[in-house]
Design a protein around this ligand. Structure first.
Ligand code: AMP
Ligand code: MG
Length: 396
């Protein structure tokens, strides 16, 4: 591991291997958080007609002030058939078609009604409280483009234009293979030397949160044959994520078995802490991530490399981890030879985000890490940092 890749270079090599998955057409009702694979153009104007933005009276501005005869009522979905003439008013509700002949709407709060007459004491401008057709969307305009994430507001906009389905990239299928003879599932009794398997559930949560469907295989014991059986099954997925067995010990067999199964290794080893012995390779279009077994290393590797790959697979144009500016609340002494990812608690002040490194930065300390709400990136070569230093962190 003499020539370790930088984190940025490693991420670039991962993303370089990602081809967005095929597209499929889904109902708008199933499209939340998916990424559009097409331009969607509105066939209609929104609003589709001149509509009232208030409950009130549709009138002619030139008549005012005046006492007017109420000649009809227009409600949302129940247009008036009448054409308004001078001296007349039509009662109107929000969202109703503004009747022909009317050029302004006076809100109900500004009129006095008695029986079939309405008194409007003040003049009002024309076009008041009237929404013009196409005021929000003009027919022919583009609603979403390839790469746009279907946020709640975008889904609302598509529905408002009558769009019922949208072409999106297929959801990636990830298979997680945890390795280690010592691992037992939570809920059973441990024998000496055994520990509970904790990476599977944690990594699955990262992948699911990134929009993937996840299959978890039973923990694979540290033999080549056991790994080969699990990995061969996993390689049918879009993405394989392994944990453990990727370092230099005699029981670290994952890379060897991957090579045997035809996985082309793109890199192994990233100049980062935690998580240095991280492997990435491909077989066909399947992306294969070998994360270290230490839980914090596995988590950091998943956030920095696997999650971006999953976002890129569904066509997200901006898949890199969203690091943001923050201010160190306490001094730190990072090691200069690698990028350091320091777990921290983030609090917000008028100055912005204040990041306080947590106690317990060792790579097996998943409980300590669970108190962190940010991952602070200290690039290699940066020496000791004072409290108040500007840093970048990834919200957790
Ligand atoms: P390895 O990368 O396989 O050498 O594992 C490094 C450390 O992480 C060892 O102490 C393992 O017991 C532990 N470990 C590996 N896999 C898991 C897992 N899935 N859950 C919890 N701890 C693990
Ligand atoms: Mg192991």
């Amino acid at each position: 591991m003499n020539d370790l890749l930088s984190v940025a270079e490693a991420l670039a090599r991962v993303l370089n291997r990602v081809e967005p998955l095929d597209a499929e057409r889904v109902a708008l009702t199933s499209a939340s958080s998916r990424v559009s694979a097409e331009d969607v153009v509105s066939a209609v104007d929104v609003p589709p007609f001149r509509s009232s933005s208030m409950d009130g009276y549709a009138v002619r501005a030139a008549d005012l002030p005046a006492r007017l005869a109420i000649v009809d009522r227009a409600a949302a979905g129940r247009p008036s058939q009448a054409t308004l003439t001078s001296g007349q008013a039509i009662e109107i509700s929000t969202g109703a078609v503004v009747p022909d002949g009317a050029d302004t709407v006076v809100p109900i709060e500004r009129v006095e009604v008695d029986g079939d007459a309405v008194t409007i004491p003040e003049p009002v401008p024309t076009r008041d409280n009237i929404r013009e057709p196409g005021g929000d969307v003009e027919a022919g305009s583009t609603l979403v483009s390839p790469g746009d994430v279907l946020t709640p507001a975008r889904l609302g906009a598509l529905a408002a234009c009558g769009v019922a389905s949208v072409l999106v990239h297929r959801v990636p299928h990830v298979t997680i293979v945890v390795t280690g003879t010592e691992l037992r599932p939570p809920g059973v009794q441990l024998a000496p030397g055994q520990i509970y398997e904790s990476n599977g559930v944690m990594l699955a949560a990262v992948m699911e949160e990134a929009g993937a469907t996840v299959t978890r295989l039973a923990a694979s014991e540290d033999t080549e044959d056991a790994h080969a059986a699990s990995l061969e099954e996993a390689l049918a997925s879009d993405v394989v994520v392994t944990s453990g067995g990727v370092s230099v010990g005699p029981h670290d067999l994952v890379r060897r078995v991957q090579a045997r199964l035809g996985v082309e290794e793109v890199f192994w080893g990233v100049a980062m802490r935690p998580g240095k012995p991280l492997a990435f390779g491909c077989r066909g279009r399947t992306l294969v991530f070998g994360l270290p077994g230490n839980p914090v290393s596995a988590l950091v590797g998943a956030l920095l490399f696997v999650r971006p790959a999953l976002l890129a697979l569904v066509g997200n144009p901006d898949p890199a981890p969203p690091f943001r500016p923050g201010i160190l609340a306490a001094p730190i002494q990072p090691r200069p030879e690698r990028d350091d990812f320091v777990r921290a608690r983030v609090t917000w002040s008028d100055e912005g985000a204040l990041v306080q490194p947590i106690v317990g930065q060792e790579s097996h300390m998943i409980m300590h890490t669970s108190a962190a709400t940010g991952l602070v990136w200290i690039p290699r070569g940066v020496g000791a940092l004072e409290a108040g230093s500007r840093v970048r962190f990834l919200p957790l």
